[in-house]
Design a binder for this molecule. Structure first.
Ligand SMILES: [Zn+2]
Length: 329
């Protein structure tokens, strides 16, 4: 059985997780809000993580590590979490961060002259999570109820926030779930990493974020940005893992021989990536000219056509393809 991610849009009391961020959901308004929120609408959107994290221009000469298979495999592990609605962090006039989303929004609303633009952004995104017919029913009685909503968060310990993820995970024995910063991507917030033993712990997960640093009164993180990545690890195997020393530099000599042969074959067929480096990146002891003086080469004028060239072949990708083909047959 593979890992199962089970999304949940309401908490144990049946309250929508997105509604946590509303500063207006009191009394009957609470049920109006609950009615209007679309079903199955959790705070974060889950999508399989993409293996390729940036578009590589065709003329780019050195697309490492972007074209490297292990790099792509890490980038593509598990799922990417993205907020559906903006995340709003607000500082008071004294420069202190308010501790949760609904308090921050309430403060912004009370000080509307300082936060008009931010509140406008929340209002623009709010329709994404509401049923318009239900909103129409209550809008006149509580107009702000359907504007002031964002991705919820609350203080978690000292100087950290927790953002509810809106799912729990069930894994095989010994397999845990890691939730942490998106791999090989610039995170939109200082996300911390957690590993949950989801082979037995089945409760809603959250993303932990260090208090973000920013100048000014607010930080607005727009929706659909890469917030965190979720993937699965064999935590019990990791606990029992050992470190050994060997004089043999690979596992099986036959495998090593095959690797070397394949590398030579790919190179002979010209199947690979040619990279050419110029400037300081081409200054090396491998160059006869540079060997005379590294300082002169590094700090003086390099000859007009000074470059180093390397040809990368990808036996790993090739062997992976072969293995997959063999496993499918
Ligand atoms: Zn040189």
């Amino acid at each position: 059985m593979a890992a199962r991610v089970i999304t949940v849009s309401a908490d144990v009391e049946g309250r929508s997780i997105l509604a946590y961020s509303s500063p207006h959901a009191y009394g009957e308004r609470r049920s109006w809000l609950a009615d209007a929120l679309l079903p199955k609408m959790g705070p974060l959107r889950l999508e399989r993580a993409a293996r390729v994290v940036r578009v590589i221009p065709e003329d780019e000469r050195y697309p490492q590590p972007a074209v490297c298979a292990p790099y792509q495999s890490a980038s593509g592990l598990g799922f990417m979490l993205r907020p559906r609605l903006p995340l709003l962090f607000v500082k008071t006039r004294r420069g202190e961060l308010l501790p949760d989303a609904r308090t921050a929004i309430a403060y912004a609303r009370e000080n509307v002259s300082d936060f008009a633009e931010v509140l406008k952004v929340l209002e623009q995104h709010a329709p994404l999570v509401f049923d318009p017919d239900v909103v129409t029913r209550y809008q006149d009685k509580a107009p702000l109820l359907f504007c002031d909503i964002a991705t919820p968060y609350a203080t978690f310990g000292h100087q950290f926030f927790a953002i509810p993820a809106g799912f729990y995970v069930s894994t095989d024995a010994g397999v845990g779930t890691v939730i942490g910063p998106p791999m090989n991507r610039t995170p939109c917030l200082p996300v911390q990493t957690g590993m949950i033993e989801t082979d037995w712990h089945h409760r809603l997960i959250f993303v932990v974020v260090r208090y973000p640093q920013f100048s000014g009164r607010f930080l607005l993180v727009m929706p659909e940005q890469d917030l965190a990545q979720v993937y699965f690890v064999a935590y019990r195997d990791t606990l029992e893992a050992s470190v050994e020393h060997s004089l043999q530099h690979g596992g099986d000599p036959a495998y090593e021989a095959h690797w070397i042969e394949l590398t030579a074959q790919l190179a002979a067929e010209g199947k690979g990536v040619l990279s050419r480096q110029t400037g300081i990146a081409s200054v090396t002891l491998d160059c006869i000219h540079c060997r005379a003086s590294i300082t002169l080469a590094a700090e003086g004028q390099l000859p007009h056509d000074h470059y180093i060239e390397s040809f990368f072949v990808q036996p790993y990708k090739q062997m992976r393809r072969q293995r997959r083909r063999a496993n499918h047959e």
